[in-house]
Design a protein around this ligand. Sequence first.
Ligand code: ADP
Ligand code: MG
Length: 386
Amino acid sequence: MDLKSKAVSLFRSSFGAEPAVVTRAPGRIEFIGNHTDYNAGTVLGAAIDRGITIAARLRTDGAFAFVSDNGAPTTTVRGRPLTPQQGGAAWVNYPLGVVVALEGRGMPAVAGLEMAVVSDLPPGAGLSSSAAFELSTALALCALQEFTLSREEVVKAGREAENKFVGVPCGILDQGVSGFGKKDSLVHIDCRGPVFSLVPMPAGVRFWIFNTHKKHALVDSLYATRHKECMDAARLLKPSKPGAQWLADFSPAEFAAAAAALPAAAAKRAKHVIEEIARVDAMGQALKSGNLAEAGRLLFASHESSRTLFENSTPELDFLVATLRGVPGVYGSRLTGGGFGGAVMAMTDASFDATAAARVADAYAAKFTDRPDVLACATADGAAVV
Ligand code: ADP
Ligand code: MG
C-alpha cells in the first residue's frame, strides 16, 4: 500500500471519518555544508524519496487528536493556550508547534484537529523526520484553513515550531530542503537570507545512507561547544575585516591572514567552516559542469575536514567513509548531519548496487559487531498536498 492509502486508512480506522486533506513532505540528506548554517554560510541538501504523509481534518470541539503508525502513543490535547507535551506524548509537539507558528503568522485559530501520520522515514537517522513532520503538518493546516502563505514562510514556521515549541535549536537546512526540494535537484540555501534556490543534479547519480545508530552521549553539549567556538572565532576575527560579522564573511585567504589571532581550537573550527563554505561553492560549479569526480572529491574533503578540524566525526563514520573510498562506482562520501555519530552518505553511480552496499555493511559489522542500516535514496519533490 502506498503512503497516501495507508494514511487515509489509518485516519478512517482511528477517527471513523474521511480526512479532508492528505499531504506529504520528504526527509532530506545534508549533501555538503557541515555546520555552516549558524555561521551564516551556505549548504546544499537533497529532498529524498522517503517522508511523512499526513491525513487530517478539522474539528470544532477544541480537541487536537493525533495517531501515528510508528508506535507513538495516540494522543489528544485539549485547552488553550497550546503548551508543549511531556513524556510519551511529546511527539505531538511537532504538529502543535506548527499550529502555534502558523497562528502567529495570521492563520485563523484552529478549533480542533484530527491527524493520522504515516512514514517510511526512520526517525533519528539524520534524515530529518522532524522537518518532514512539520512541513506536512503546515501544508495540511494551510489547506484546511484556506490560509495562503509563501513557501518561505511555511519553511520558517516549521523551523520556529522546532526551535520554540519542541525546543531543538536547528538551523534552516532541514525545513528548507523539505519545503523547496525538487526531483533531480539539490536545494542551495544561503542561510543569511535565508535564500533558497535549486541546483540541477547530473543524471544517473544515486545516494546511499549508512546509519550507524550510534550517537555520542554528549552530543548536545558538543554541539553547544562547537557553536560557541565558532561565535568566539568570528568575534576574534572581526577586527581584521571591516563590516565582517560571521565566519561566512571571511574567504579562506582572509582567514589564513588573520588566523594567528585565534586560540588553537577556535582556529580549527573556523578553518573548517570557512573552507566548507568554499567547498559548497565549488560543489555548485562541479555539478553545473557535470564533473562528478570533482563533486566526489569535495565530499571526501568535507569529511576529512570534519574529522581533523571540526572534530565531529567518530571512528564508525571514519571507517565507513574510508571503506567507501575504495569501492568502484563511489564518487564520494562524508558524514551527513551534525556528526558525533549518526550516518554517512555516499554519492555513487548505478554500478554501486545493494550488493556492493551490503559488502560495506559487512566490513563494518566485522569491525564494530553491529550492522549499519543501509538506505538507497533518490532525490524527490518537496512538501505538497497529494
Ligand atoms: P530526525 O529529524 O533526524 O529524524 P529528530 O529527533 O529531529 O530526528 O526527530 C525525530 C522525532 O520526530 C521523533 O522522536 C518523533 O517525536 C517525531 N517523529 C518522526 N517521525 C514520526 C512518526 N512517523 N510518527 C510520530 N512521530 C514522529
Ligand atoms: Mg530533526
